[in-house]
Design a protein. Sequence first.
Length: 555
Amino acid sequence: MKTLLTTLMLIITASSLFAQVAPDVYWIEFKNKTGTPYTLEQPGDYLSDRALDRRERYNISTDSSDLPVNPAYIQAVEATGVEVINISKWLNGVVVRTTNTSLISDIAELPFVKSVNVQTKRKKRSRQSIEIMPYLKLNDELPAKNTDDELAYGWSSLQVYMHNGQMLHNAGFQGQGMLIAVTDAGFMGFDTLRAFDSLRINNQIVAMKNFVNHNEDIYRYSEHGTNVTSIIGGNVPDTLIGTAPKANFLLLVTEDAGYENIIEEINWSCGAEYADSMGADVINVSLGYFEYDNPYWSHQVAQLDGITAWVSKAANIASSRGMMVVVSAGNSGNEEIPYIGTPGDAPGVLTIGSVGYDSIHSDFSSVGPTHDGRIKPDVCGVGAATICQQLGGIYPGWGTSFSAPVISGMVTCLWQAHPEMTNIELMDAIREASHMYNTPDSLYGYGIPDFGSLHQQLNGINDRGENSMKTMRVFPNPFIESLTVQYNGIESDSIELNITTIDGSRIFFKSLETRGDTQGQITVQGLPNLPTGSYIVSLKAGNQYHNQKLIKTGN
């Protein structure tokens, strides 16, 4: 009877996995990368010079997540007869397409396959996203140009002034030499619309790639990416000037505009991996995931912990590679479940809520905290009546999809001005430069950041010749396998480094004689098998302790 029941349960499980309506797309996760011909000693085989420069600048070592998926595994999967349509090295697997479920059963039996997940496509449900006003007339009289401004912002002046971005622009920091990846659903009209003339003429579009339809046509499917990118890189004097108008761009289609499908999380990971390999500095993510057309794949509130969802894992890895990942909080503030979805829940990203020009929280903007109690959103940007390029002209729009690019451009210009800062240091500084830093809440996070004042503050520190590095700096954080702890200004003959679980159980310890050196660093390696989650790094110097929360994410 036990054998019969076991067999019956296996049949039921197999049926639920494979016998779904029109199963055609599957995520195949591998157990390891054993046997890959790529090595950590030759990262130039899979990372660009620009990507390697970023790692060298911020002392980020390559690890197994950087290694491409084993080609032999991909070939073995293809040999079954399925079509491989996407490959994710960070999540270590492939997306395949087939209508023959027996082939998926065959793949599941391959010795290196960890799991098989089926996807189904259904008609996309209507859901709150962004609201655009293509027929809303702007007033006849444009805002007067501030005579001190280098750029003629026109209607977009308010979204720039809200964050004192004009101070960065006037100082010459407009995104030159920086690379921004925009991951979105499509860029309809981008090749013809006026706001992007400068980007096209000045060759500021470095590359474009479609991870959904697997062609180089990004100019269809959706105008959402067009709206978003115009807020960062648009240039129509006296009407719309983006927050980083001279930056370079990667235009990446990762979102399927017709469906809500969990495979989009894998698509995004592939897009972020590509952005990393190209050496992107900033990734704008005006996307979010919580509910799917197939309820089986929808996330539970308890999973909004920043480390569970595939896309949040990928976003944390992107952050650990040294990139600034800027994510819209979402537009669920008025819904039954108002919380920020994924990857906005990830600790490694800068999550952006929405405010209007009156600095009041937008009621549609999703709220925090995360399920594990962290403050989210991090900060807020203008997401109500944000001026952007639309197919019918330049008009205001509403949504955190628009507040995120306002901040992405500002972050880009600030980082251009202070390239010595890591992405984590930059995020900390932006939070501290926000108006509610001392009293953060679940609506505003740390508040509305003032980038101009922050730039002046950072310049002031540099002008005095002081070392601005904190006593202890831990990076990357989140980490995957290894991390570095830097210390500065330590007045002690010896130091002790502990890494513990939240409840105090020790998992790493090292004692070090300083020999009079007040600064240095300790590299911790060999932690790939440590469970994902939160930990505490503690540095003891004499009677002083310096603690920091640490996030471990998986491969």
